[in-house]
Ligand binder design. Structure first.
Ligand code: ATP
Ligand code: MG
Length: 554
């Protein structure tokens, strides 16, 4: 199946490499998250790309944790990332790797570079190093420690490792070129001192490698062939190449692609963490979050996310994708998968005067008209039903096809009913509607050619189950929350009405069985799923999406 999908430029590069028998005709990719937050939909693009390539070329893709900064990382994040990648459907059991397992190897390679006169210990502070790096128009300034003797560098670096210095007191730098036009090549820092407990290596290390130094080595150690990363690393590629060629080790090809950017949301883990830490949302998996776990809790399917990643494609140029495309994909997918059920979100009572008092009957309902294999179920029908308040209007205009006095409508899977009268309270508010049903219209049709245009969903009062329903809107009110020209802080653009909770909704009794894996369509109101907080005492549903794009057609 994979092979029918259109090729993109990375496939072209790999095809050419395979033809040239580069890397012994193997394809080995990796997805390398830093465990400093939960994964978001942007990561899904990278996951689908890297695991998709491994599938297409019958190669391998590693899930590798780039866990090189103990200050920001944790095991909670590691576990959430594993769960998310598995949920997306990728088999990673045997391919979970950790950069922290290579710390000894990195250290040995650093010693090699020092011995070759290609790295030195610098006593300058990080701020000073930054300020002497120069600019695009001015060269950097050599550190006064740049020409330390190799022996001295070896001793000082070993002392760094053995914990003799405080944080920030020394760094190890590569000795490249302080006047390189590429700022990344101006003696970049390889190691810094951080006295902190690492979630996997504990207190074994107090020096930690910088991203550029570690990343190429991680790829090299794992025998990666194509190291795919986002465009902002294009300027880092010369450094990636420099380290690996100095060390004469296996040298993967770094390839950059455009990162996913979506409107009406933010996607950097740092920003998402701010939303979580300051309680603007209910944790990383809040259904409004663009995290994979948030989308899962919202009721997105892995297939919908994969469809989205396929539609956006892989290219070299950054652009902003409409959130509406993600919603389109979930509707497309859930239309095929969702079990159709009836739930009344804003109930009013409908009483069928000519239906027997103490009877109820089970009516047959198809579970999914898009897929016969999903079968049918029985739903109970009785004299008193809940229908939506918005499905009744006392003084209805001509084109109103729902219920109003004297009008006939179809109750889905049930009968035709004609409204006879309404009951009002003292204030004149309608509190119940009366009707008569036609016993000959069972199943919701007759063969007498009668035209009944409106079809309503309903739930039998005595069989109904109470539920809480959570309706969501976008988390931000503007398409570019991070546009600092328009607003000081993205927090100011949070939508105060992004969550609307409705209590005492009435759902059909089949929903009493909590099934977190099932996707539902509540007829006429949208796609829904059980919220992860649901339990036997309290059913909670999240609306995944409306049935149509309510943003385009409000
Ligand atoms: P963030 O800025 O959100 O923290 P990151 O790039 O720092 O993201 P990493 O954990 O380092 O996060 O990312 C792991 C992989 O996912 C990297 O290869 C990275 O390029 C890729 N990735 C991250 N964000 C996106 C995105 N928006 N679109 C595509 N790929 C992404
Ligand atoms: Mg990062």
């Amino acid at each position: 199946m994979e092979n029918n999908k259109p090729n993109h430029f990375i496939h072209d590069i790999i095809d050419a490499d395979l033809k040239a028998k580069k890397y012994a005709s193997k394809v080995h990719t990796r997805f390398p998250p830093e465990p400093n937050g939960y994964l978001h939909i942007g990561h899904a693009k990278s996951i689908c790309l890297n695991f998709g390539i491994a599938d297409k070329y019958k190669g391998t893709c590693n899930l590798r944790f780039d866990d090189t900064n103990p200050l920001k990382e944790s095991d909670e994040y590691v576990q959430s990332i594993i769960a998310d990648v598995e949920w997306l459907g990728y088999d990673i059991k045997n391919n979970i790797l950790y950069a922290s397992d290579y710390f000894d190897i990195f250290y040995e390679h650093a010693i090699t570079l020092i011995k070759a006169g290609k790295a030195y210990v610098d006593d300058q502070s990080a701020e000073l190093i930054k300020s002497t790096r120069g600019s695009l128009s001015a060269p950097g300034i050599n550190s006064p420690f740049r020409d330390r003797a190799i022996e001295e560098n070896l001793t000082l670096f070993k002392n760094m490792k053995s914990g003799q210095y405080a944080n920030g007191e020394k760094v190890l730098r590569a000795k490249i070129d302080m006047s390189s036009p590429n700022l990344n090549m101006r003696d970049p820092i390889m190691y810094r001192i951080i006295h902190a407990n690492h979630h996997r290596t504990g207190d074994k290390w107090c020096i930690y490698p910088m991203y550029d130094w570690a990343h190429g080595l991680e790829d090299s150690i794992e025998g990666i062939t194509h190291s795919i990363c986002t465009l902002e690393f294009e300027d880092h590629r010369p450094l990636y190449d420099w380290y690996l060629s100095q060390l004469k080790v296996h040298h993967p090809q770094q390839i950059e692609f455009a990162r996913l950017d979506l409107d009406y949301t933010v996607m950097s883990k740092r920003k998402l963490k701010e939303l979580v830490d300051n309680k603007h949302v209910d944790g990383w998996s809040d259904p409004r979050m663009p995290t994979i776990s948030g989308l899962r809790n919202r009721g997105y399917s892995p297939d919908a996310i994969k469809m989205f990643c396929e539609k956006i494609g892989v290219a070299k140029r950054n652009n902003i994708i409409e959130y509406a495309l993600l919603e389109y994909c979930v509707r497309e997918d859930l239309n095929k998968k969702a079990m159709r059920v009836m739930a009344v979100l804003d109930p009013i009572k409908l009483i069928i005067d000519n239906y027997p008092d103490d009877t109820s009957e089970d009516l047959i309902a198809d579970n999914n008209p898009e897929n016969e294999n999903d079968g049918t179920r029985l739903i109970p029908f009785s004299k008193e039903l809940w229908i939506e308040k918005s499905d009744f209007m006392e003084d209805a205009p001509k084109k109103y096809f729902r219920l109003s006095p004297g009008k006939e409508v179809r109750l889905k899977h049930a009968y035709y009913v004609t409204c006879t009268k309404v009951v009002k309270d003292d204030t004149g508010r309608v509190i119940a509607i009366h009707c008569n049903y036609d016993p000959n219209s069972k199943g919701g049709w007759t063969d007498d050619g009668r035209k009944v245009r409106g079809t309503l969903h309903w739930v039998s009062v005595k069989h109904a189950v109470n539920a809480e329903v959570r309706l969501y809107d976008r988390l931000f009110t503007v398409d570019k929350p991070l546009d600092t020209k328009k607003h000081n802080n993205f927090i100011d653009t949070i939508n105060p009405n992004s969550l609307h909770i409705i209590q005492n909704c009435k759902v059909e009794p089949s929903l009493n069985m909590i099934d977190f894996k099932q996707y539902y369509q509540f007829l006429r109101t949208g796609y829904f799923c059980f919220d992860s907080q649901s339990n036997a005492e309290k059913l909670i549903f999240n609306r995944t999406s409306t049935l149509r794009d309510s943003w385009k057609n409000p």
